[in-house]
Design a protein around this ligand. Sequence first.
Ligand SMILES: NC(=O)c1ccc[n+]([C@@H]2O[C@H](COP(=O)([O-])OP(=O)(O)OC[C@H]3O[C@@H](n4cnc5c(N)ncnc54)[C@H](OP(=O)(O)O)[C@@H]3O)[C@@H](O)[C@H]2O)c1
Length: 331
Amino acid sequence: MNTYQRIVLAARPQGEVTPHHFRLETVPVPDLAEGQLLIRNHYLSLDPYMRGRMNDARSYAAPQALGETMIGGTVGEVVASRHPSFAAGDFVAAMGGWAEMAVSDGTGLRRLDPAAVPLSAYLGVVGMPGMTAWYGLNRILETQAGQTVCVSAASGAVGSAVGQLAKLRGCRVVGIAGGPEKCGYVVRELGFDACVDYRAGNLRADLKAATPDGIDGIFENVGGEVFDAALARTNPFARVALCGMIAGYDGADIPMRNVRLLLANRITLRGFIVTEHLDDWPAGLAELGALVAAGQLKYRETVAQGLASAPDAFIGLLKGRNVGKQLVKLV
Ligand SMILES: NC(=O)c1ccc[n+]([C@@H]2O[C@H](COP(=O)([O-])OP(=O)(O)OC[C@H]3O[C@@H](n4cnc5c(N)ncnc54)[C@H](OP(=O)(O)O)[C@@H]3O)[C@@H](O)[C@H]2O)c1
């Protein structure tokens, strides 16, 4: 019998995630029913939101079920089809989960052209993280040329796209990232105007020096001290796209002292979930794809090899070991 491997949620973490929260299983490849197709997943995307799903808590999405395949975005090739719109050999993006294969009824599949951009990029800069950057920048920050944008987790999948898109709009862009290597990459390769290393111990003073004209737009990915430091540099009527608060995902306290500035500086702050704005995706993805193809939007990937490496790579993502998009290569 044909089999494939998958990783299920074995236990819910209290605090930090460890490998014991996951279990690798070998399961049979199911027979396809009429209307279904079978996908061989080439890449799995690891994303911070998965940490939230591991909790049994009320949120904008249902928790990941115990004993079920971990949720996750994938790109892969259709290897068998009983679906009228898909044939073997088609490349698709799917929510295939932490698994080598996935069965789909076609719902939510996105057809991909691997000749346009590499397949893996459809999970990053031309996928959900890229759209997150596009949405927060275009629909929430709406910053104008000459204004200053600050983006945290600047070397990551979302942050790296935010900064480059803001530069294309003529903004001054200041990143915040962990460590000199990441900061160097952000400035030298991605073209940010400056990047502050929050691990260096002088976050507030360094951010002040990097933002002589203050901050007009904050694209917030981290929360806590990092967000607080950016708020301290806001100009009147600044805007905040509240995208993520990864510093608190493992249950750490992320206290903030500068909340009063939301009032004093008449700040507009909006949280958003990119998957609630699917109407914008076709236009946004087309723009992102064109920019990548033209070499105007760069990206990096951190690629773990083989499904069994996914738990460790995911833990690394939550600790900042990745640069750019964290992926797992499955074939
Ligand atoms: N709202 C939405 O719809 C949406 C969609 C996608 C992503 N997001 C959010 O966007 C953010 C970035 O996601 P991504 O996929 O692009 O991940 P990513 O930035 O590629 O990777 C996560 C990065 O976060 C930083 N980080 C981790 N723990 C941290 C901590 N305790 N304090 C400060 N920084 C920490 C690390 O970079 P450093 O080494 O630089 O610290 C790490 O590399 C996340 O908060 C995620 O939840 C939101």
